[in-house]
Ligand binder design. Structure first.
Ligand code: GH3
Ligand code: MG
Ligand code: MG
Ligand code: MG
Length: 314
């Protein structure tokens, strides 16, 4: 399942997450610890109970692979060579936009100060090493249950992990109330992938799902923290840009369009790319229902599709 890699400097230091294969819907645990034997031991144990484990010995690599792995829980050792577990914790917490992923710190150092610091920095649990495996599993399982519950409460789309349309209604209400107070308008963009049906037909539905996930991930990571990305349905997404004027939203989308069209996807024997079309509206009067603005944005999108796709219309 995992490829063992050997990095130059200090001998074997990395168990790579590249080329990992996930079987199905089993929970994914990202394990970060520079103690290789500990890593292998825990990994094997957790795999026996049916969890999918990505074990990473190089903390720098852990940060990079976080998005590919999409863990349901992260276990981080505090004392490591290149970076401390606290640094990784901080980094991942910042990266997590519109998402909850439980972070569990582990350490042989179980001084009160270390435990306190873990919790203060936002860790969801602290487990002293060496630990009893049964207890470790129960505590991680508890975190997985919390994640499941919170994901439901957070109104996330299951496939792409961006918000679903239920949340769009909530954020609209919120922005309406802000507008009533401050008069601040916002923009709403509808994005629809071009010829997406052909991608499914040519490369299969699973590949179609990969494109959807990557598109959602791209939108989320290339917009501001205050922007809200929603999967409205199928291959249609909505971005809400609070406190943003139409021309600004337009140029952001132009940039997204240019960048995304350059991304490539790899099917079994072909490399392909994908584009999207987009319609934007400025919500100048949020007391009108959301549907009103959505239908205006939809007309603009229709216009974009008719103008040859891969373009943005107001
Ligand atoms: P256009 O450029 O006009 O938007 O063409 P299109 O092919 O993208 O649009 P169309 O509405 O004809 O097709 C959308 C396709 O998206 C059809 C549907 O099977 C597919 N789709 C919807 N939801 C999902 C999903 O969750 N996963 C996958 N793989 N495909 C999906
Ligand atoms: Mg260590
Ligand atoms: Mg489409
Ligand atoms: Mg569509």
């Amino acid at each position: 399942l995992l490829k063992l890699c050997y990095e130059n400097e200090e001998g074997p230091s990395l168990i790579s997450a590249e080329h990992y294969v996930k079987k199905g819907e089993e929970p994914t645990i990202l394990l970060i610890d520079d103690d290789l034997s500990f890593l292998m031991y825990v990994k094997e144990y957790l795999e026996q109970i049916g969890w999918y484990v990505v074990a990473i010995a190089d903390p720098m690599k852990a940060i990079v692979s976080f998005y590919d792995v999409r863990p349901d829980c992260v276990v981080i050792d505090i004392h490591m060579n290149k970076k401390t577990g606290f640094e990784i914790l901080t980094f991942l917490k910042e990266k997590l936009k519109q998402q909850f992923v439980p972070m569990v710190m582990v350490s042989v150092d179980c001084e009160k100060e270390t435990r306190m610091k873990s919790y203060e920095m936002g860790a969801d649990d602290f487990i002293p090493k060496p630990f009893d495996m049964d207890e470790f599993i129960v505590r991680i399982r508890r975190q997985l249950e919390r994640k499941k519950l919170i994901d439901e409460l957070l109104l996330l789309d299951e496939l792409t992990h961006v918000y679903n349309r239920k949340y769009l209604k909530q954020i609209y209400e919120q922005l309406k109330n802000e507008w009533l107070r401050s008069g601040e308008t916002f923009c709403l963009a509808v994005l629809d992938l071009d010829y997406f049906k052909q991608i499914n037909d040519r490369y299969g539905h699973l590949m179609g799902d990969v494109v959807l996930k990557q598109f959602a991930h791209f939108l989320k990571t290339s917009t501001r923290a205050s922007d809200v990305v929603v999967r409205f349905g199928g291959e249609e997404f909505i971005i809400v840009f609070p406190k943003t004027e139409l021309d600004v939203a337009f140029s952001i989308l132009e940039r997204l369009k240019a960048t995304f069209s350059k991304q490539t996807f790899q099917s079994e024997d072909e490399t392909f790319s994908c584009t999207f079309s987009c319609g934007i509206v400025e919500v100048t009067k949020p007391t009108e229902p959301l549907e009103h603005w959505l239908s205006l944005a939809d007309s603009a999108l229709y216009d974009a599709k008719n103008s040859g796709r891969n373009c943005i219309k107001l």
